[in-house]
Write a protein that binds this ligand. Structure first.
Ligand code: AVJ
Length: 324
C-alpha cells in the first residue's frame, strides 16, 4: 500500500476514483495526500505557509536568502547553470535562487516540472515578468513516475531543486527510489538541492500541523469537501474532526480525519457505502521528519556526493546540496 504518488495528467478523475475505492475499503482507512491539492486545497496550503506555527516555509526561505549565491556558485562550478524544480508552488523561494543565477550568468533556463498545467502556466507568467533573464520551459510530467530530462548542452550543468520538505510525504524507501530516479536523469557534475524538515520537540511539530486558527484542519477536511464536489459524496464535514499525531517510532507527523459518530457515507459515483465506527479514522498524510545527517546518507545511497548542508540556527530545517 502506498499513500502517495500523483495522478497521470488527464486521468485525475480515474486516479481519484481508484484511490478513494482502495483507501476507504481498507482497514485502517486512508486517502492519498495528493488529493489535498485542488484549487481550494492549494489556496489553503498557501495560507498554511504563512501561519506563525508553520515554521517550515519561512525557515527554509531564510536559509536560501542567505545562501543563494553560495549554492548557485557551488552548483554552477565552472559551467552555466540550468535550474529544474520538482513540483510547483514555493515560487518565492525559487525566486531567490533564480535571481542569484541571473546575477552570475545574465540568463538562466528554469524548467519547472509539475503534473498541473495551470500551476506551470502561472509560474511561467509570474517568473518571466518578475525576473528578466529567466527563460521558463515548463514540463508537464509526474516526476514520481520517473524523471526525464533532455540532455543539457555542452558547458551546462543542471541544478535540480526538490525543496519545501516535499520529500517528507514519502515513506523512506519510496524517497530513496525517487532520489535514485533523479540521479538517473542527471549527468555527473549536475547537482540536487534537497530541503528536509528536521526532528524537533513534539509540541512544535504538533502545533505546525494543528494551528490555532484551524487552517490545517480546514485543509485536511477540504479533502472530504473535494470528494463531495467531484464525486457527489455525502460526507458531513461537521461529523469529522482533524487530528495531527506525532509518530515517534516512524519519525513522522500523521494527519487523520476522525469520525465524530457512527455513520454511513454514500459515494454514488463509485457505488460505495462506507461505514464508520465512532472514533474511526481516515489516515490522510505522513510528513517525515529527518534526523541530522539522514538526508546526506540517503543522498549518498542514491548515488550523490553531499557537498554542503545549511540549517537555521535552531536546527529546525536543513537544505542539502549534493553532486551527481
Ligand atoms: C507540502 C508536504 C511539505 O508536510 O508540511 C502542511 C503539507 N500538510 N500542513 C508538509 C502539509 C499539512 C506539507 N508539504
Amino acid at each position: 500500500m502506498t499513500t502517495i504518488g500523483l495522478p497521470r495528467p488527464g486521468t485525475i478523475r480515474e486516479q481519484m476514483a481508484s484511490a478513494v475505492c482502495e483507501g476507504l475499503l481498507s482497514r485502517p482507512k486512508w486517502l492519498p495526500a495528493w488529493l489535498f491539492y485542488d484549487d481550494a486545497g492549494s489556496r489553503l496550503f498557501s495560507r498554511i505557509t504563512e501561519l506563525p506555527e508553520y515554521y517550515l516555509t519561512r525557515t527554509e526561505r531564510a536559509i536560501l536568502a542567505t545562501r543563494a549565491d553560495e549554492i548557485v556558485g557551488l552548483a554552477a562550478d565552472i559551467d552555466a547553470l540550468r535550474i529544474v524544480e520538482l513540483g510547483a508552488g514555493s515560487a518565492d523561494k525559487t525566486r531567490l535562487l533564480l535571481t542569484a543565477a541571473v546575477d552570475r550568468q545574465d540568463t538562466v533556463i528554469y524548467e519547472p516540472v509539475d503534473v498541473s498545467p495551470s500551476a506551470l502556466e502561472e509560474a511561467q507568467e509570474r517568473i518571466e515578468r518578475e525576473i528578466p533573464g529567466v527563460l521558463v520551459t515548463p514540463r508537464v510530467e509526474d516526476y514520481t513516475k520517473g524523471l526525464e530530462l533532455d540532455a543539457a548542452s555542452l558547458g551546462e550543468r543542471r541544478l535540480v531543486l526538490y525543496i519545501g520538505s516535499s520529500i517528507g510525504n514519502f515513506e523512506l524507501d519510496e524517497a530513496g527510489r525517487l532520489l535514485r530516479s533523479v540521479r538517473a536523469a542527471l549527468a555527473p557534475g549536475d547537482s540536487l538541492l534537497l530541503g528536509v524538515d528536521l526532528v524537533k520537540d513534539r509540541s512544535a511539530l504538533l502545533a505546525a500541523y494543528d494551528d490555532a486558527e484551524g487552517v490545517t484542519a480546514e485543509f485536511n477536511l477540504n479533502l472530504l469537501a473535494r470528494l463531495n464536489r467531484e464525486l457527489g459524496a455525502g460526507f458531513d464535514l461537521g461529523a469529522f474532526a482533524h487530528r495531527a499525531v506525532w509518530n515517534a517510532a516512524y519519525s513522522r507527523i500523521e494527519m487523520h480525519l476522525v469520525s465524530r459518530r457512527r455513520q454511513q457515507v454514500k459515494i454514488p459515483a463509485l457505488d460505495l457505502k462506507i461505514d464508520f465506527a465512532f472514533g474511526e479514522t481516515i489516515h490522510t498524510e505522513n510528513s517525515y521528519k529527518y534526523k541530522p545527517g539522514q538526508a546526506e546518507t540517503m543522498l549518498t545511497t542514491a548515488g550523490f556526493s553531499p557537498l554542503a548542508t545549511w540549517t537555521d540556527e535552531d536546527g529546525r530545517f536543513a537544505v542539502c546540496l549534493a553532486r551527481a
